[in-house]
Write a protein that binds this ligand. Structure first.
Ligand code: AMP
Length: 236
């Protein structure tokens, strides 16, 4: 399929030495919409890194870093980490060489303040944002997906036990031990959904106003949703 064209405001740079970014995009959507699952397909399709702030923070926690210690309480409670910590983390990550040709952001921005900081950052890099895709899934499905999600301590794959008569006792891929993320438990999940409605959902209007928003129906098989998503990104 065709790669998304760059915005006309920077098209003239194509003749300069700056190589054009292949895709700079944001994947927006509530927890459980499948952003991480589909972002990996997009990463393969466009050859740009999938940058998930949730994954970056979990790596810091696992690595026992100072940032990890600062954020783990917020994450376990399902609350947002303070904006400035996240903005610094993203600034550092998108400055790395593998992000020079573009990137797909997942889980960032989550507040208007983060969106404004991102805009400033992209302006400094003279890299326009191509498209923002909103992955839409109704709340009942989100709750079923997340509260049934278990991860493997060994291989990291996730398994969904929602609706299964006999949930697996161990990872179906490698036999490793399964565990549930603290913030996927029902009580915490409700808090995350509430925060999404209050703090993140306003970004829909924000990006609609900028003419960058596309909608994708997040219900259906992984393959179906990934196809829709790739099409929507290409339409940016
Ligand atoms: P996720 O894996 O995207 O669901 O993120 C897991 C948790 O990481 C969230 O519930 C927040 O505590 C924290 N987090 C991830 N991204 C952000 C962000 N952009 N702003 C604030 N907190 C974040």
């Amino acid at each position: 399929m065709d790669r998304p064209a760059r915005k006309t405001s920077v098209a003239s740079e194509a003749t300069s030495e700056v190589s054009p970014a292949r895709l700079v995009a944001i994947l927006l959507g509530p927890p459980g919409a499948g952003k991480g699952t589909h972002a990996d397909r997009v990463e393969a399709e466009y050859g740009v890194p999938h940058i998930s702030t949730g994954d970056l923070l979990r790596e810091h926690i696992a690595g026992g870093t100072e940032l990890g210690r600062q954020v783990c309480g917020y994450m376990d409670r399902g609350e947002l980490v303070p904006d400035q910590l996240i903005i610094d983390l993203v600034t550092e990550r998108i400055g790395q060489p593998d992000a020079a040709g573009g990137f797909l952001l997942d889980g960032f921005p989550r507040t208007i303040q983060q969106a404004v900081a991102l805009e400033e950052l992209l302006q400094e890099k003279q890299t326009p944002l191509d498209v923002v895709v909103l992955l839409e899934v109704d709340e009942e499905l989100l709750i079923a997906r997340i509260s049934g999600r278990y991860l493997c301590r060994q291989c990291g794959e996730d398994t969904n036990i929602a609706g299964l008569d006999s949930p697996p006792a161990s990872c179906p891929y490698c036999g490793g031990e399964l565990y549930q993320r603290a913030d996927d438990r029902l009580e915490t999940l409700e808090e995350r959904l509430q925060i999404y409605r209050q703090q993140t959902a306003p970004l829909v209007e924000y990006y609609k106003g900028e003419g960058l928003l596309r909608w994708v129906d997040g219900a259906g098989s992984v393959e179906e949703v990934a196809e829709r998503l790739i099409e929507a990104l290409g339409a940016g």
